[in-house]
Design a protein. Structure first.
Length: 255
């Protein structure tokens, strides 16, 4: 537990700045209970008013929560949700936020996240870096994304609003993920062109590498890359249809 202490304290003291007078809820599921309990125990040691709630794991991202869980979130000042799937866009999170709760979601994290990963960062430094990056890109009209894995995609962001996630969740009603540190924007419709390479496709397909060819925001081809990038097979139109069907099924599950 001692090795996780730094990351847990960073969440409580730096990211959320929880005070002893605030009602804090640690929400976990039966798959993440071990980490949730460690966060709870650390919060108790620094005299925070803390409750630990364990629910059945959701089966997909944004699946709604039981009413009693939603009520507990709404009654809290701070909610630290350590869960197998995202709760960020659920009605329960929205209601808690509207009632002033600060909600942070740590999705599918491991102990390594606390000891070697994103929760070892200084979020005061991350916040400054994010603000600097936002200043540099916020007046941009055009974005090109190039990666060593083969991604090369470009699109317009003219008149689009840029957003930021600094990792500091200190204002009432703020909802965010941790680890954090990003700026993001939505492209102008029908302006996306190029190629996006996916390093993995789904949670349980770690070794899959797929490339998607995009023209005016439409998928026009799918590539299957070997792990070393040496082999490339361009699929037929049927494969494009299969990809579209997979995306449709994924969206249906999210709804």
């Amino acid at each position: 537990m001692f090795r996780m202490q730094t990351g847990i304290n960073k969440i409580l003291r730096e990211c959320l700045t929880v005070s002893p007078l605030e009602k804090t809820l640690i929400l976990s599921d039966h798959k993440t209970f071990k980490i949730g309990k460690r966060v709870y125990e650390t919060a108790r040691k620094i005299n925070l008013e803390t409750a630990l709630m364990v629910m059945e794991a959701r089966t997909k991202d944004e699946e709604e929560l039981p009413r009693h869980v939603s009520n507990a979130m709404r009654a809290s000042d701070v909610v630290i949700a350590i869960t197998s799937f995202s709760l960020l866009h659920t009605k329960a999170t929205k209601i808690a936020s509207e009632n002033g709760a600060r909600v942070v979601n740590l999705v599918n994290v491991s102990e390594k996240t606390f000891t070697e990963g994103g929760l070892t960062a200084s979020y005061l430094r991350v916040s400054k870096d994010v603000e600097t990056l936002l200043t540099r890109v916020s007046e941009s009209n055009f974005v090109e994304v190039i990666s060593s894995n083969g991604t090369n995609v470009y699109f317009s962001v003219r008149d689009r609003k840029w957003f930021k996630e600094t990792g500091l969740i200190r204002n009432p009603g703020k909802v965010a993920n941790l680890p954090a540190g990003e700026v993001y924007v939505a492209p102008v419709e029908n302006t996306v062109n190029g190629r996006i390479v996916l390093d993995s496709f789904g949670r349980n397909e770690k070794n899959k590498i797929a490339g998607i060819e995009i023209k005016t925001a439409n998928c026009v081809g799918v590539s299957d890359l070997a792990s070393n990038g040496a082999r490339l097979t361009i699929y037929t139109e049927n494969a494009v249809h299969d990809l579209e069907e997979r995306i449709k099924k994924f969206r249906d599950k999210k709804c």
